[in-house]
Design a protein around this ligand. Structure first.
Ligand code: NCD
Ligand code: ZN
Length: 454
């Protein structure tokens, strides 16, 4: 039996924060009470926050297919460094995760490299059959992702570049008919359906060469997000499927989502730190690291998203961690691919936002508890309570962290949040009771949703 005691910290429990010791046996939390006695190792957390490890439900590992940009080793090293103990990888790797066979081989590869736990999304596209979805669910997919815009390329030459146009090299979008056809199947499986919400017909109308940041903003108007959210909600509502909106970026998109929720659509909204902490005004300082899809928009959009989070309408903060190489990102604006790393700064971003909103304890809800519940892991991850995995992050609320390229563990070191200062520092991270430090041998495992029906 391996025992661990984390003593003297302020612990985030399902009932809120309290002073307590956390006792762990064989990787599982057994007791959360004041003044427990130590049998084995004891870690002094006096003056520290003791938080559940974050669950980032939106990362792009690039593995397999584009490992010059990132792989499961670098992704999960960055995650571990920032207190993210579970990552859930998007299916736009090569080959795309569109069948149980591809999912299983990706899982085996990821298992050999992962330093934190990981889950996998399956792809839902126009040609997808109900059997494919059922087989991916049986193989452990946490849910399915549908891209409603021309978004990513399955060619090895490049991952994604946004065009909103028909290009044989680009993955064709899933149309609303496909969503209508397959939503009942996903609902029956009890899994969430996540969408990249940009409407391709709106994008087509605003297409232009992307020479400047303003071109990017004009080419991806918030209308595209709002239309896709409304239409997807309309076709999914009757099926009862749980619709998850990935990387919500605009006030208009948020309004469309709230309208759909008001009429009873089962929905969760995710936004990302870059949409909450940056605006288009930051582009002059940050440069192409800020180029991503959907784009970082105006101060009014940022304020609406922060307010959505404050009101609890937006419940999940994940990162859309989407690295490229620094060489690719240092090309001119038009050629630089879209996406930025972010997983390493997820928890710090959430703590800072929560502190600025006056309640720091919202951070573990946005970054850990709500995302764990979305992907069916809510019984084992997302809280510090008996029976839960001992995925634990010790944070110093008097520490300071400044986001610097040399501290980033991803292949792409210049992130959109470069230069940001946080009033917190991640001190120690445990995955199932084992410290996940630089030299540690701790291995991540694949996580599977608990509630697969049928
Ligand atoms: C993502 C990628 O590169 O895979 N890029 C991005 O700008 N967000 C794609 C995505 O999340 O849709
Ligand atoms: Zn993404």
């Amino acid at each position: 039996m391996t025992e661990l005691l984390i003593r003297g910290g302020t612990v985030y429990t399902p009932d809120g924060p309290r002073q307590a010791d956390v006792h762990v046996t064989d990787g599982v939390i057994t007791r959360v009470e004041p003044r427990l006695a130590a049998n084995g190792k004891a870690v002094d957390a006096t003056g520290m926050y003791v938080l559940p490890g974050a669950v980032d439900v939106h990362v792009h590992s690039r593995d397999p297919g584009f490992t010059e940009k990132e792989d499961f080793g670098t992704l999960t090293a960055a995650a571990a460094a920032g207190g993210v103990t579970t990552v859930v990888d998007m299916p736009n790797t090569v080959p795309a995760v569109d069948s149980a066979g591809v999912l299983e081989s990706k899982a085996a590869m990821a298992h050999s490299k992962a330093r934190v736990d990981f889950g996998l999304w399956g792809l839902l596209r126009s040609g997808t059959t109900p059997e494919q979805l059922e087989d991916m669910a049986a193989a452990g997919a946490v849910g399915f992702k549908a891209y409603l815009a021309y978004s990513f390329s399955l060619s090895r030459k490049q991952v994604l570049y946004s065009p909103g146009v028909e290009d044989p090299d680009l993955e064709a979008p899933a149309d609303y008919g496909t969503l209508a056809r397959l939503a009942p199947v996903v609902a029956q499986l009890g899994l969430p359906l996540a969408i990249h919400a940009e409407d391709p017909t709106v994008l087509a109308a605003f297409r232009r060469p992307l020479l400047t940041y303003d071109d990017l903003l004009e080419s991806r108007p918030p209308d595209a997000e709002a239309v896709a959210v409304s239409a997807a909600a309309a076709v999914a509502r009757e099926s009862g499927v749980h619709l998850h909106i990935a990387h919500l970026s605009s006030a208009l998109g948020l309004q469309a989502a709230e309208d759909a929720m008001q009429v009873g659509t089962s929905m969760s909204l995710e936004t990302c730190p870059q949409f909450l902490l940056l605006t288009s005004q930051d582009f002059d300082r940050v440069g192409t690291a800020m180029k991503m899809l959907p784009p970082i928009r105006t101060a009014a959009d940022r304020d609406a998203l922060v307010d959505g989070l404050r009101r609890g309408v937006i419940s999940i903060v994940s990162t859309d961690h989407a690295p490229h190489t620094d060489e690719e990102k240092s090309q001119d604006f038009e050629r630089a691919p879209a996406g930025s790393p972010g997983v390493q700064t997820l928890y710090l971003s959430c703590l800072q936002l929560a502190k600025d909103l006056g309640d720091v304890w919202r951070a573990p809800r946005w970054a850990s508890q709500a995302p764990a519940e979305l992907v069916g892991l809510g019984e084992h991850k997302g809280a510090i309570a008996p029976g839960f995995d001992a995925d634990i992050v010790i944070v110093d609320p008097r520490g300071k962290t400044s986001v610097q390229a040399e501290h980033m563990r991803s292949r792409q070191r210049h992130a959109a949040l470069a230069g940001k200062e946080f009033d917190f520092e991640v001190k120690e991270v445990f995955l199932r009771g084992e410290p996940v430090t630089r030299g540690s041998r701790t291995r991540g495992r694949m996580v599977r949703p608990a509630m697969v029906a049928g």
